[in-house]
Design a protein around this ligand. Structure first.
Ligand SMILES: [Zn+2]
Length: 128
């Protein structure tokens, strides 16, 4: 994956879907515009209806299963990209501003002190 443009939002998500998809307590992601992202290799995907009522599709590598990005039908101009794809290079710029779906956040899943928590989606508007 190559990102050529701006990172729009950085956050942690503790929804149960992210917990299952990552096998851990939360996903650590950022939002980007599809126009700024180049992906090589073959993807597979799985869609399910999210609590918002809109379909949420997770794309993953068809060979190794690595999560590549997620996309909501309510925000087709936004890709939700796991920061782990960028390895050590992300240490320079990744700084999550909030944790969403805190209502299913687990006590054993430690996150930074003082990180704003939202019970479900971020309170104001979309995540972009
Ligand atoms: Zn989530």
């Amino acid at each position: 994956m190559h990102l050529a443009g701006k990172v729009h939002a950085m956050f942690l998500c503790s929804c149960e879907d992210c917990q299952r998809a990552t096998g851990t307590g939360h996903s650590a992601v950022f939002m980007a515009s599809p126009a700024d992202v180049t992906i090589t290799g073959e993807l597979r995907h799985f869609a399910r209806v999210a609590e918002s009522g809109f379909s949420f599709t997770r794309y993953f590598c068809g060979i190794c299963g690595t999560p590549i990005y997620g996309q909501s039908a309510r925000a087709p101009d936004a890709m939700m990209i796991p920061v782990g794809l960028f390895g050590a290079a992300a240490a320079d710029w990744y700084a999550p501003s909030q944790l969403i779906f805190a209502r299913s956040h687990r006590e054993w899943d430690l996150v930074a002190d003082g990180l704003p928590h939202h019970q479900t989606y971020r309170e104001k508007g979309a995540l972009m």
